[in-house]
Design a protein around this ligand. Structure first.
Ligand code: SF4
Length: 342
């Protein structure tokens, strides 16, 4: 299905929420049935050399209590995923130069050598050689959210970083045959339904395998502390529109939704999302991965976190999947490449 900008804006303005959410759910069921994929997130470091205005981990936040996990602690989390039959892990962290690219490659090799897990990386912008090394070590997927499609706003909110470089990095990831994910925040200061419609069309043009979208949440230890949060209903409309335009992408109902409004993760699933990502970061540090206020605050330990997620899936009327949940998009791409090479 295609939609033009003015059609998207009409839906973003609330033209027909009931019809929009029903269509998004119909599209997700036609591709994914009633299954929800689980991804266990291991947030292994909250140090970051970047200084993004919206993020609690920004290097300029002197109040943040920082941590780094050891190899052994990371493995404890990996073993939680294995014990809980969560077939995909996400290694996520700030851009922390403490861990060398070789060290990360060694970690990936060790994990895939020992366990049958899909590995997603969410480790920020990296050069092509590093991304290649990690792919060859066994990583399957890479998440790199662009956060805004508004180039000027990007340069304001991510000092010293270039919007074009983010897009180039996404292209390199595609060339290296990662499953590629990106996404945006809804309600960033300086944005409106028009820029949001452009972001929806922009993300769709990237033909992504994974798309993550959540509301902007003002962190009290950042320069955006006094800005209003992104509206949850607008976020749900954005999710539904992106789902309709990207039927084959894996899309999470994010924890940011739940932090913005209790029950919103269920609403996200009903608006076409098919993934949930419980944190399996060790209890001693998980609340310190405070990218936005409330992150990881609702889970006492990983089992509790998984139980909470199972409850959300049941309540929303879907089923937990035990599959690795490879994106149908990358499978379709591989099939058409094989057809072309015949
Ligand atoms: S958004 Fe990412 S890159 Fe920016 S400060 Fe936070 S962790 Fe670092």
């Amino acid at each position: 299905m295609t939609m033009n900008k003015s059609e998207i804006i009409a839906y973003l303005n609330g033209q027909d929420d009931i019809g929009l959410f029903a269509e998004a759910d119909r599209v997700r069921r036609s591709v994914f049935g009633d299954e929800i994929f689980l991804r266990g997130i291991i947030e292994y470091s909250n140090y970051c050399r970047q200084n993004c205005f919206y993020c609690g981990l920004r290097s300029g936040n002197r109040e943040a209590v920082r941590y780094r996990l050891t190899r052994e602690e990371i493995f404890e989390s990996v073993e939680i995923a294995v014990a809980q039959n969560i077939p995909t892990i996400v290694l996520q962290g700030g851009e922390d130069p403490h861990y060398s690219a070789d060290w990360i490659a060694g970690l990936i090799k060790e994990i895939v050598g020992k366990y049958d897990l899909a590995i997603t990386l969410s480790l920020g912008e990296q050069g092509p050689e590093v991304l290649r090394m990690w792919r060859e070590a066994g990583a399957n997927r890479y998440l790199l959210r662009i956060e805004t499609w508004d180039k000027e706003n990007y340069h304001k909110l991510r000092p010293g970083r270039r919007w074009e470089n983010r897009l180039d990095c996404l292209k390199v990831l595609r060339e290296l045959d990662y499953e590629v994910g990106s996404g945006i925040m809804v309600g960033l200061p300086g944005e409106n339904v028009e820029s949001l419609a452009e972001a929806i069309l922009g993300l769709t043009s990237l033909d992504l395998d994974m798309i993550g979208i959540g509301p902007f949440l003002a962190h009290p230890q950042t320069p955006l502390r006094d800005e209003p949060n992104g509206a949850i209903q607008l976020t749900l409309r954005t999710l539904a529109l992106v789902r309709i335009l990207n039927p084959y992408a894996n899309m999470p109902s994010t924890s940011a939704m739940e932090c913005a409004s209790r029950g919103a993760r269920i609403a996200g699933l009903r608006a076409g999302m098919n993934v949930i990502m419980p944190s399996i970061t060790p209890e001693r540090v998980k609340r310190l991965y405070n990218i936005y206020p409330g992150k990881n605050a609702d889970s006492d330990d990983s089992e509790h976190s998984l139980n909470a997620v199972m409850e959300i899936i049941r309540e929303a009327g879907y089923r937990r999947s035990f599959s690795k949940g490879i994106s149908p998009n990358i499978l379709r791409r591989h099939e058409s490449e094989m057809t072309l090479s015949k």
